[in-house]
Design a protein. Structure first.
Length: 69
C-alpha cells in the first residue's frame, strides 16, 4: 500500500472513531460486508467506487492515491 493510501486509510479510521461507528456499522452504511471494510482499511483492497462512497459518506476530500502513480 502506498504512503498516500495509508494516509487515506488512517483518515477514514479517524473519522469512524469521531462518529463512534464500528466497521460493521460503516459496512451497513456503505451497503457492503464488514469483511469488505476490513480489507479496505487493513490491506487497501477495494474498488475505486467503494473508495468514492467512503469519501462521500465521511466527507473526505483526501485522495487515496497520488496523481501520476
Amino acid at each position: 500500500m502506498s504512503q498516500q493510501h495509508q494516509k487515506w486509510c488512517d483518515l477514514v479510521k479517524e473519522r469512524l472513531k469521531e462518529r463512534n461507528w464500528s466497521r460493521s456499522d460503516f459496512a451497513i452504511v456503505l451497503g457492503v460486508t464488514p469483511a469488505a471494510v476490513t480489507r479496505l482499511l487493513d490491506d487497501g483492497h477495494g474498488s475505486d467506487d467503494l473508495k468514492l462512497r467512503v469519501n462521500r459518506k465521511l466527507k473526505i476530500s483526501e485522495s487515496w492515491n497520488k496523481f501520476g502513480e
